[in-house]
Design a protein around this ligand. Structure first.
Ligand code: IMP
Length: 487
């Protein structure tokens, strides 16, 4: 008889690596209405977001526009790294400047510069007002678009600026409501913030205060700026340190993180950066335990190998840890060491609809990362194409030849050394505005919580009951025996 250690035994006693298509959630007694569901979740050890959606760091999914739009809706974007360090840092800066309460990274001008310089700086940065500071950073005035528009370009800034005597400014302790009132009372659009000595610390703009009211669900950092993540390679410390100045979350972008060199490099990296560090991708219990024992600080896990819609890893290598299976394993490993719920799991790859999101969360994830579903939106950076009256957007894997041709993407799918493509190139249907896609996913997810009787993600973790679906059952629980007009 077989003892399980023979070759045949290992085949026969292998676990089932189930996927989203194999399981369903069972309905339970409920007192929860979908609109009452609270989807707030922990995205790293430090940060919480209001919607458990993360956009994948791929150059056909997450640039600055996607990161801004998704953070405004309550999720968070992870900026791709298939570009130069400077380009990635610029994307991060754009997200951080999109809106804030107090802007810290203020663009300024000095009084001895010319009006033409002020116009140039304003156009270059797409802003309409510049605090004027001397060489010691003391606030001496402000110039706005209204001041420069009809002025002689050769004039000096000091001659046209609103000087210190008429300037309205404040200190850091001002609240949002006080700032709004002050700006309304004086009919100004920019409010400089200074320290006790009068040195410039920041700037509040009326536009930012208005945007804050417009996106109450947005994910924000403690300064009120939009939350953002960025993908990094553990072997590119320089990039990580540059991004660290602007982003809140660094996400390692490695196809197989459970690798000695990768873990060693990350152990060094986490000590050099202050942002939260999410590591991955991983797919097993042992990976979680090994990583926690070797790396001092881990702020989240990115989990799932081989399930991505553009992923060929499973075909090329026959190695995979499908997302749902991988999430449950990671959740068990974390429970074993008492870290479940404290160090969040992000389920990454293979999400096709809100039902898959519900399953991933129920299996122990705190959030889901999506490439395919977001690639089709207006805000993704991919190309738009029309074919026979329908619109599509380009979507390709970061290990595809197209991404690899950009070279920068190489190390994700070439570490330790790879000669093979692990991603495909393709197109996805154009889905319009991100906000519409997110609303639909959210509504489906809230309905799932309602059926299970869970009013938040923690309750889902404890209340969810699963059942396996037979292949014929899989066909029955989707529309069938009908010619579909729409959908
Ligand atoms: P999707 O949402 O199913 O399209 O999966 C997106 C995920 O696929 C990403 O977040 C990555 O983890 C993964 N991925 C991206 N590019 C590749 C690739 O070229 N090969 C394998 N996996 C990839």
């Amino acid at each position: 008889m077989d003892d399980g250690n023979s070759f045949l035994g290992r085949l026969l006693n292998s676990p089932t690596a189930f996927t989203f298509n194999d399981l369903i959630l069972l309905p339970s007694y409920t007192e929860v209405e979908p609109r009452e569901v609270d989807l707030r979740t922990r995205i790293t050890t430090k940060y919480f977001i209001n919607l458990p959606f993360v956009s994948a760091p791929m150059d056909t999914v997450t640039g600055a526009d996607m990161a801004i739009a998704l953070a405004r809706l309550g999720g968070v974007g992870v900026l791709h790294r298939n570009c130069s360090r400077e380009e990635q840092v610029n994307m991060a800066r754009r997200v951080k400047r999109a809106e804030s309460f107090i802007i810290r990274d203020v663009v300024t001008i000095t009084p001895d510069m010319r009006v033409s310089d002020a116009i140039h700086i304003m156009n270059e940065n797409n802003i309409h007002g510049l605090p004027v500071v001397d060489s010691f950073n003391y606030l001496v005035g402000i110039v706005t678009w209204r001041d420069v528009r009809y002025s002689d370009p050769n004039n000096l800034v000091r001659d046209i600026m609103t000087g210190r005597d008429k300037l309205v400014y404040s200190d850091e302790s001002i609240t949002i409501d006080e700032a709004k009132k002050l700006m309304n009372d004086y009919r100004i659009e920019k409010l400089p913030i200074v320290d006790d000595e009068g040195k410039l610390l920041g700037l509040i703009t009326f536009k930012d205060l208005e945007l804050r009211g417009k996106y109450p669900n947005a994910s924000r950092d403690p300064d009120g700026r939009l939350l953002v993540g960025a993908a990094i390679s553990p072997f590119d410390l320089d990039r990580a340190k540059k991004l660290d100045k602007y982003v809140d979350i660094l996400v390692t972008d490695v196809a197989h993180f459970h690798n000695k060199n990768v873990m060693n490099a990350t152990r060094v990296l986490v000590k050099e950066v202050s942002a939260d560090v999410v590591v991955g991708n991983i797919g097993t219990k042992e990976a979680v335990l090994d990583i926690l024992s070797r790396i001092e600080r881990v702020d989240g896990f990115r989990v799932g190998i081989g399930s991505g819609s553009i992923c060929k890893t499973g075909v090329v290598t026959r190695v995979a840890a499908p997302t749902l299976f991988a999430v449950a394993n990671a959740a068990d490993a974390l429970s074993e060491v008492g870290g479940f719920g404290e160090i969040p799991i992000i389920a990454d790859g293979g999400i096709k609809n809100s039902g898959d999101i519900a399953l991933a969360l129920a299996a122990g994830a705190s959030a889901v990362m999506m490439g395919n579903l977001f690639a089709g939106t207006r805000e993704s950076p991919g190309r738009l194409m029309a074919l026979e009256g329908k619109y599509y957007k380009e979507y390709y894997g970061m290990g595809s030849s197209k991404a690899r041709a950009k070279r920068m993407g190489l190390d994700r799918y070439s570490m330790p050394s790879k000669e093979v493509e692990e991603g495909v190139e393709g197109w996805v249907p154009y889905r319009g505005a991100l906000s519409d896609v997110v609303s639909e996913l959210r509504a489906g997810l809230e309905a799932a919580f309602g059926y299970v009787g869970a009013s938040n993600i923690r309750e889902l973790w404890s209340k969810a009951r699963f059942a396996k679906v037979s292949p014929s059952g899989g066909l029955e629980i989707r529309p069938h025996n009908v010619f579909m007009v729409r959908g």
